[in-house]
Design a protein around this ligand. Structure first.
Ligand code: FES
Length: 109
């Protein structure tokens, strides 16, 4: 049935490099949905400032809940990185995720 607006829309997430999939219902963010699904998704601050939760968006569209450019540098943005804790889904998506990655600051040193 339709008519629920965006609230109950379900989008599918595929993590290309691990083969894991999970669903995001409504407006919860990508990180929250991954954790609800029991996915071991790296994260730290959960407010968009550390970059630990970043993933490369390969297919699909997300809505930026905060400007990624505050946290991710130009090269990362060009490579298609998104912040899972600051993304809600506009479509089904496919991402690549390095589960061993650390905060962005740590990788710049
Ligand atoms: S968990 Fe820190 S930016 Fe997402």
């Amino acid at each position: 049935m339709f008519g629920f607006g965006d609230k109950n829309k379900v989008h599918k997430v595929t993590i290309a490099n691990t083969g894991e999939t999970f669903e995001v219902t409504g407006k919860i963010n990508l990180l929250q949905a991954a954790q609800n699904a029991g996915i071991d998704w790296p994260c730290d601050c959960k407010v968009g400032s550390c970059g630990t939760c970043r993933a490369v968006l390969k297919e699909g569209k997300v809505k930026e809940l905060a400007d990624f450019a505050y946290t991710l540098d130009g090269d990362m943005l060009k490579e298609g990185y998104i912040l899972a804790c600051q993304s809600s889904l506009k479509s089904d998506i496919t991402v690549e995720l390095d589960k061993s990655q650390k905060a962005v600051e740590a990788t710049k040193m």
